[in-house]
Design a protein around this ligand. Structure first.
Ligand SMILES: Nc1ncnc2c1ncn2[C@@H]1O[C@H](COP(=O)(O)OP(=O)(O)OP(=O)(O)O)[C@@H](O)[C@H]1O
Length: 614
């Protein structure tokens, strides 16, 4: 029976982390009807930046193990991100490469490629044969290479090499190897052998056209290349290494894909498994003994070896530059930065028992369907059923999962960004927030600009990432931002405008809330009540500007710092801002859902009083 030997003894002591590469596909104008320009761009081979959703004049910077820009070739992606982990499978260890990212971002292109530009899969298989050939006769081992190819479609495991087969079960043996009884294993002796099997089997994969991708993969495709090497001499040691090459289906926002009916059901399954993948990463990252929910989806059950398990893993996060992919890109980058923290512990899967061959056959039989004794079988079936009751069965109602609202997602993402920024970046963020605070004080203006101009924040001289001005997002004021981790270049509204209290001649009937105040620029203001007219006009206006500034630039927490604003209102304000841009005047807050005139009046009164003197 194959045993796992942890490489944690003596000289072999080492761990392998999940290597995270990010690949940005070229901008495809046709995918972006509004032609708003890219929302994300690379900075160097390790960094990229994306426009901050809260303020289009700011950017958020990410760090990854490798960044592949738009011009990167398939060959370069393979050489830098994939080739280095392939040799492990010749030593009985597992390796895995998986492409993750939103639909239409280039996962299939990266993994499969085209005949002109072959992707990771054909290149990796060629390389495995090359490595085996180089070793073959010199070291006294015989090598056997085989392939299996499956897809997970609507939470069903389907054999792509035997398309007529039904949903296959997933099992785990006592050595924690993941097995799929009934799955075809085909021995391949050269690359063309592989290609003969792989090319037609790929056509069996479920694809369909959606609004975001004409040929969208509706399933997760997993190619398994298994290398078994057996020592010719006694004691006939045998090592089994597996290479998983995984093209995940894309995460989807069905408001944009326009999915309905069967596409919507597929999408539910795709999003559920990716959501579970996220939970698995979270659990692994927490570093506690918390249960890792591998069993909650077929995908994570199969990837058990690849994440936090025994594999050397590379995750290629594919992202798209167009604005319509913005939130998916943001989510993918945050997921990538989480996965980067996982540390895998590589094992060698080796048999030392003699005689080797009968036991090997028994093991193969086991994988081919004859798995385990009857009582074991029953127990495993029970486990499967249990998993299905947990909600991962094909018939489980995916749509009944609570879909977080857009704002919940945005706020969660925001939290993630704050959590996963590099420490240095976090401290810079803090510093920048302080500068933002200073911006609120007109007397600090001069200091602010002198600091912003300083070397400390803007060392990079490349052109800043800027959204092309569109009606909804035009920044009202200020020069284009220079480059920084997060760029706070929201320039001040003029403060301390002269206000004149008009004679209180308007009847209360006509002005339900208040008397009338007219600003020097002629704007009408309907919030001042009797108590306000007692205040110094400049103090009043100063408070109003402060409140307006928080409403326009405050994050969730700062909004909640305002009187009368709870979680729900803060989210609604963020949502309003996202859609409409800035509040031009305070009264615009009444356009936010649930902010009645009466509430607005109380909101103003309490906030003006609380900001006075600050
Ligand atoms: N690096 C690239 N260079 C040129 N074209 C690319 C690149 N990446 C992706 N494309 C093109 O973009 C389109 C979408 O890519 P692809 O189908 O690979 O996306 P996907 O992420 O696999 O989507 P889905 O999850 O919906 O299957 C395809 O037409 C593909 O050829």
């Amino acid at each position: 029976m194959a045993q796992r030997l942890a490489l944690s003894d003596g000289a072999h002591k080492k761990t392998a982390s999940v290597r995270v590469a990010v690949r940005l596909r070229p901008y495809m104008g046709t995918q972006d009807e509004k032609d708003e320009g890219p929302c994300v761009k690379g900075l160097d081979s390790l960094h990229l930046e994306i426009i901050n959703w809260r303020n289009a004049t700011e950017t958020v910077k990410y760090h990854c193990d490798v960044f592949h820009g738009e011009q990167t070739t398939q060959q370069e992606v393979f050489l830098s991100s994939v080739k280095p982990i392939l040799s492990h499978i010749l030593n009985g260890q597992n390796s895995s490469v998986f492409a993750y990212g939103p639909t239409g971002a280039g996962k299939t292109h990266t993994m499969m490629g085209t005949s002109d530009q072959p992707g990771v899969i054909p290149r990796a298989v060629r390389e495995v044969f090359k490595l085996v050939k180089a070793k073959d006769n010199n070291e006294g081992w015989d090598y056997n290479i085989s392939m299996s190819y499956l897809e997970i479609y609507n939470e069903k495991v389907l054999d792509l090499l035997s398309p007529s087969s039904q949903d296959l079960p997933i099992r785990e043996n006592k050595d924690k190897n993941i097995l799929i009884p009934g799955l075809t294993h085909t021995t391949i002796s050269c690359f063309s052998d592989f290609d003969k099997q792989f090319a037609p089997a790929s056509l069996n994969r479920t694809t369909a056209s959606t609004k975001l991708n004409q040929r969208s993969s509706r399933s997760h495709a997993i190619l398994l290349i298994k290398v078994v090497r057996t020592q010719r001499a006694l004691p006939h040691r045998q090592q089994t290494g597996k290479l998983y090459l995984i093209d995940l289906a894309g995460s989807e926002d069905n408001r944009r894909t326009g999915n309905q009916g069967i596409r919507l059901k597929e999408s539910g399954a795709i999003n559920l498994s990716l959501f579970t993948l996220n939970k698995v990463v979270d659990a692994l990252n927490s570093g506690t003994a918390a249960r890792v929910p591998y069993r909650d989806s077929k995908l994570t059950r199969l990837l058990q070896d690849s994440l936090g398990g025994s594999a050397h893993s590379v995750m290629i996060t594919n992202i798209a530059p167009e604005y319509k992919f913005y939130f998916d890109t943001f989510g993918a980058l945050n997921f990538a930065s989480k996965s980067k923290l996982i540390v895998n512990k590589p094992f060698t899967c080796e048999t030392v028992a003699v005689p080797v061959l009968p036991m090997k056959r028994a093991r193969e039989d086991h994988e081919a369907g004859g798995s385990g004794t009857e009582p074991q079988k029953k127990k495993k079936q029970k486990d499967e059923r249990k998993t299905e009751q947990d909600g991962s069965s094909p018939s489980s109602p995916f749509h009944s999962l609570p879909e977080p609202s857009v704002m919940d997602r945005i706020i969660a993402l925001e939290k993630l960004v704050m959590n996963f920024q590099d420490k240095d970046e976090r401290s810079m963020l803090k510093e920048i927030q302080e500068i933002k605070g200073m911006q609120r004080e007109p007397e600090s203006k001069a200091t602010l600009f002198s600091r912003l101009d300083g070397e400390k924040f803007f060392k990079n001289s490349t052109a800043p990432l800027q959204r092309k001005p569109s009606a909804a997002t035009k920044s009202p004021t200020g020069p284009p931002p220079k480059q920084a981790v997060v760029q706070p270049l929201h320039v001040l509204q003029p403060l301390q405008q002269q206000a004149v209290v008009k004679k209180q001649s308007v009847k209360k009937k006509e002005r339900k809330i208040s008397d009338e105040v007219e600003l020097a620029d002629g704007k009408e203001n309907i919030m001042a009540t009797g108590w306000e007219s007692q205040l110094d006009v400049s103090v009043l206006e100063h408070s109003r500007q402060k409140i307006l500034q928080v409403l326009n630039t405050g994050a969730f927490k700062e909004l909640k710092g305002l009187q009368q604003i709870g979680d729900k209102k803060a989210k609604l304000i963020l949502g309003w801002r996202e859609i409409h841009g800035h509040f031009v005047k305070l009264e615009d807050v009444m356009k936010v859902e649930g902010m009645t005139a009466k509430r607005f009046s109380t909101f103003m009164k309490t906030n003006i009083l609380s900001t006075m003197g600050k």
